[in-house]
Design a protein around this ligand. Sequence first.
Ligand SMILES: Cc1cc2nc3c(=O)[nH]c(=O)nc-3n(C[C@H](O)[C@H](O)[C@H](O)COP(=O)(O)O)c2cc1C
Length: 212
Amino acid sequence: MIPVHGTRIYPKGYEPQDEPDYDPGLRNQLLDHILSSASEADTDTDMFRVMARRRSTRRFSKRPVEAVKMDRIIAAADTAPTAGNYQGFEIFYVRDPKVKKGLVAACNGQKYVDAPAVLVFCKNPARVKFDFEQYVLTKFAIQDATLAAAYSQLAAQALGLSSIWIGMLDERAVMEVIGTDLVPSSILCIGYPEQSRYPKPRRNLKDLVHVV
Ligand SMILES: Cc1cc2nc3c(=O)[nH]c(=O)nc-3n(C[C@H](O)[C@H](O)[C@H](O)COP(=O)(O)O)c2cc1C
């Protein structure tokens, strides 16, 4: 039987333990506003073209990223699916040059972490209110944070920017540098590329997909 909470239907075992900390009957007006705000001339609205053209960048120009674009990149993260819609992640938008320098050291000396815009995606399993074992909540939180970062990465590409995903990081060192108890899962470094390059090749689709 499918459990019903009030008027809401949940898969078995996924019933929320707490009421959500937002009114599910209200649309998120700020989020909608940011996402639907007038497109810039260099915004690509073809999702598949955005995916096809994305290429990691480790050399950024000095050109700053416009605030309106950062708003949309962060809003994009907020549209990602999350386990139970508990949104088990948080974002640290690093603007302080000293903090960026600290992150370079915390990321194995990767100097491009000192990028024009830096977002640290952290897990927050305490937001995930399922009555499951802790390791499941942590697993959900890392998936939440990872998906959110991927949405931001694609949004950056759609806005004419480029990015590099940083997974090689010292979790404790990053936490100390940004001043949080939340464990980071990835860092997204964003900026205008010095030069745009073709996407990297991938394996043959037949080696990727297993039909069972
Ligand atoms: C989980 C993960 C961890 C990564 N960690 C790093 C990293 O620490 N430093 C870095 O320069 N690139 C890192 N990358 C970027 C990859 O090297 C890059 O995505 C890959 O070479 C494919 O290139 P593309 O993004 O242009 O398709 C990471 C990517 C992923 C998905």
